[in-house]
Write a protein of this length. Structure first.
Length: 296
């Protein structure tokens, strides 16, 4: 019981930290403190945290996408490096050159081009297989990326060559502002089955469910050296990027009832931890932003 309670505390802490960082980045953008654009994962924190809990970050490779801040924080907790990077500050993880969509540290990479990472990751995973390292590679995709041919080419090759890769899909039901059902025919969750790839479905708003499904996918990819799909049904509460949001406010309000932070706190009976964890994370983020603005 104590071990599970500690795990829930850790996952809750990570999700709250991601949420507050993303909210602060949107605030900084509105104040003209950031250049370029900002794509937040507000509402999708459970996907990032649950996935990362199943990986061996010392050797596994993770390739994120344009909505990758949550993945990065869950990977290494480098809040300062991320905020500095998005601000274009030389103390950023990539010296302020990569910005929001092109971040690299250790075995973590991001790419803002839809679907571009899929074939790259399959190649990286195949290399690890040839080296016998025991590492796997994971590529994060959204439902909007299922319109890119490179994704299917990558799935095909990964299945043909028995590559230890996980295609991690965050199905948030929108490609920018286009509802998924207007851009995709059929069942997205089953598309990988055409290539004989096993699919692990999860409620992306339930971090524990994501962790369960991710652990199964990662374990099979590692032990049997064959591709897996982790398919998470989720929802982003914030706009696609800064403010381009045409969704029905009632729809968003309904989805807010499934906030992954609140759901975990209730299910694990640690609701009393939300305030202290939020306060601690906010103090940390405030200090980082104040220092970076003062030294800019």
């Amino acid at each position: 019981m104590g071990k599970e309670h500690n795990r829930a505390d850790r996952l809750l802490d990570q999700m709250i930290t991601i949420r507050l960082v993303e909210e602060r980045l949107l605030e900084l953008f509105s104040q003209g403190k950031l250049g370029g654009t900002v794509h937040t994962c507000i509402g999708q924190e459970g996907c990032a945290v649950g996935l990362m809990s199943a990986l061996d970050t010392e050797r596994d490779i993770l390739f994120s996408n344009h909505r990758g801040h949550g993945h990065y924080i869950a990977y290494c907790d480098d809040v300062r490096g991320l905020i500095a990077e998005v601000m274009g500050h030389p103390e950023g993880v990539c010296q302020g050159i990569g910005g929001s969509q092109h971040i690299q540290r250790g075995n973590f990479y991001t790419n803002g081009i839809q679907g571009a990472a899929a074939p790259i990751v399959v190649g990286m995973a195949f290399a690890e297989k040839q080296l016998g390292s025991g590492a796997i590679a994971v590529v994060n995709l959204g439902d909007g990326t299922f319109g890119e041919g490179a994704v299917y080419e990558a799935m095909n090759i990964s299945a043909l060559w028995s590559v230890p890769v996980v295609f991690s899909v965050e199905h948030n039901h929108y490609a920018q502002t286009t509802p998924s059902e207007l851009g995709n025919a059929g069942n997205l969750a089953e598309r990988g089955s055409t290539f004989g790839i096993e699919i692990h479905k999860a409620d992306g708003m339930n971090v524990m469910d994501v962790a369960r499904a991710a652990s199964a996918a990662v374990s099979l990819a590692r032990t049997e050296s064959r591709p897996q799909i982790l398919f998470m049904d989720t929802y982003r509460f914030a706009p696609h990027s800064k403010g381009d949001d045409f969704r029905d406010p009632a729809e968003i309000a309904h989805q807010l009832e499934r906030d992954p932070i609140t759901l975990l706190a209730k299910s694990a009976k640690i609701e009393d931890q939300i305030l202290p964890l939020t306060t601690r994370a906010r103090v940390r983020i405030d200090a980082i932003v104040s220092e970076l603005l003062g030294g800019a």
